[in-house]
Design a protein around this ligand. Structure first.
Ligand code: TGC
Ligand code: FAD
Length: 387
């Protein structure tokens, strides 16, 4: 027997340091996350603060950023960490993506020196948590239509509007909020507890249950002039952050798929049907072979994109291609693995149905599959389907 990742000799593409980082994150997941995650999912609760501190202590938060207490690791190392976290649960990878690639990245890339000093070291350590408020109830795929506003009043800014579906919302110490100003879209740092900010959790999710999702209502939130991120102007500010988080999902989604496939291979070897192991039937072997192919291709694509990112040449369209392909294939793999587990596949005793329903959210957030398809369509034809 050969492990699905060994089929493509993936490890030969990785440095020793990258393999060590992968092992470290896997160990943390095995110890701190896997024994509990089905329970968190079932209860719809996540001990986000404790987990943030644990993940901060191993340097995973903002690990691809330099300075300010961040580990300064390469893109492939960051991707492998996302893979291991999402092999445990997409909600854990979300916690880390939003913290490191959206909230911390926005401050790191666009913030003033004071903002960086104030927030980044504590966020890297997991002592403080951040969220990223771009989506609104009526504007998800089309954030350019946002209604949230920030208006100058003397030296202050006053924010009004509603942000929806915000990961980490109610556990955050700071929200990066994008709002329309007289000079276009700008980003603002809104500390938790600022008068006028109300945070309500989204209830009744049946996907990403081990993740906090919230609505942020901003009603006359008054901030000092220096709360604005000076380096971000226009929609390219928030979209630049999305490239970072989408890249993590290229790897992360393959982690969920790998966990499903490993579970299905073990199950098919143990389970007897018609007096023979399920794994011995040709239909089963075809399913497993097809899934191993898509997993292997997705992992190779992820490592290739990681090397392009490390070389500084990756384009947003390449990130879209990776997110579109790998999430779509991960979801297909999760669904096919579910069939191999039969009725057992619909219980939380096995991780497969949890990954499958989680991946439904992953397909939608960070740009839906339709949006990434249209990004590629624009790149191929030169014609934007959006305008
Ligand atoms: P368009 O006219 O094409 O562009 C407006 C400006 O933005 C620039 N731009 C980008 N910059 C950096 N990276 C990208 N990927 C960029 N895409 C566009 C563009 O160059 C332009 O800049 P400038 O300086 O000329 O003004 O914009 P559009 O209105 O046609 O929309 C393009 C579209 C649809 C692709 C974009 O709006 C989009 O990506 N929509 C999807 C929204 C989305 O992904 N939201 C995610 C919210 S965060 C989240 O889901 C977190 S989930 C939690 C977790 O990760 O766990
Ligand atoms: P819509 O934009 O209304 O889309 C509905 C459908 O229409 C989709 O199938 C879409 O692909 C399709 N569609 C849209 N435009 C077109 C078009 N031009 N052509 C063809 N089809 C089209 N957002 C944040 O800002 N921060 C977060 O932390 C965050 N976390 C999230 C966590 C979870 C669990 C979820 C589910 C979402 C989260 N989001 C977050 C929001 C997410 O980014 C949006 O849900 C996503 O961008 C889609 O927006 P929407 O839900 O409004 O769908």
């Amino acid at each position: 027997m050969i492990a699905p990742t060994a089929l493509f000799a993936l490890d030969t593409l990785l440095t020793e340091e990258e393999r060590e980082i992968r092992s470290t994150v896997r160990r943390v997941c095995d110890r701190e996350i896997r024994p509990h995650v089905a329970g968190w999912f079932e209860d719809g609760e996540l001990p986000a603060r404790e987990l943030a501190r644990t993940l901060g202590s191993v340097g995973v938060l903002g690990m691809h950023l330099d300075g300010y207490g961040c580990a300064g690791m390469g893109a492939v190392s960051y991707g492998l960490a996302c893979l291991e976290l999402e092999a445990a649960d997409s909600g854990l990878r979300s916690l880390v993506s939003v913290q490191g690639s959206l909230a911390m990245y926005a401050i790191w890339k666009y913030g003033s020196e004071e903002q960086k000093q104030e927030w980044l070291p504590a966020m890297a350590a997991g002592e403080r948590i951040g969220c990223f408020g771009l989506t609104e109830p009526d504007f998800g795929s089309d954030p350019g239509g946002m209604r949230a506003t920030a208006k100058r009043e003397g030296g202050d800014w006053v924010l009004n509007g509603t942000k929806m579906w915000i990961t980490n919302g109610s556990v955050s110490d700071v929200a990066v909020v994008w709002a329309r100003t007289d000079e276009g879209v700008r980003g603002f740092l809104v500390p938790a507890g600022t008068p006028g900010l109300t945070v309500n959790d989204v209830k009744h999710k049946i996907s990403l249950r081990a993740s906090v999702t919230s609505e942020l209502v901003l009603d006359g939130v008054r901030l000092p002039g220096e709360a604005m991120l000076p380096g971000a102007r226009g929609l390219s500010g928030p979209l630049g952050c999305l490239n970072e988080a989408r890249f993590g999902i290229v790897f992360g989604s393959m982690g969920a798929a790998l966990d499903c496939l490993e579970t299905a291979i073990a199950y098919a070897g143990d389970r007897e049907v018609f007096a023979r192991p399920l794994a011995s039937f040709q239909l089963t072997q075809e399913k497993l072979a097809d899934m191993a192919l898509e997993l292997g291709k997705g992992l190779l694509l992820a490592v290739h994109l990681g090397r392009l990112k490390e070389a500084g040449t990756i384009t947003p369209e390449q990130v879209s291609a990776g997110k579109l392909n790998n999430v779509r294939e991960a979801l297909e793999i999760a669904r096919k693995c579910r069939t191999l587990l039969g009725a057992s596949g619909v219980t939380l005793e096995y991780p497969v149905i949890r990954h499958s329903v989680n991946l439904e959210s992953v397909l939608t957030y960070e740009g839906t599959s339709e949006i990434h398809t249209l990004v590629l369509g624009k790149a191929l034809t030169g014609i934007s389907a959006f305008s």
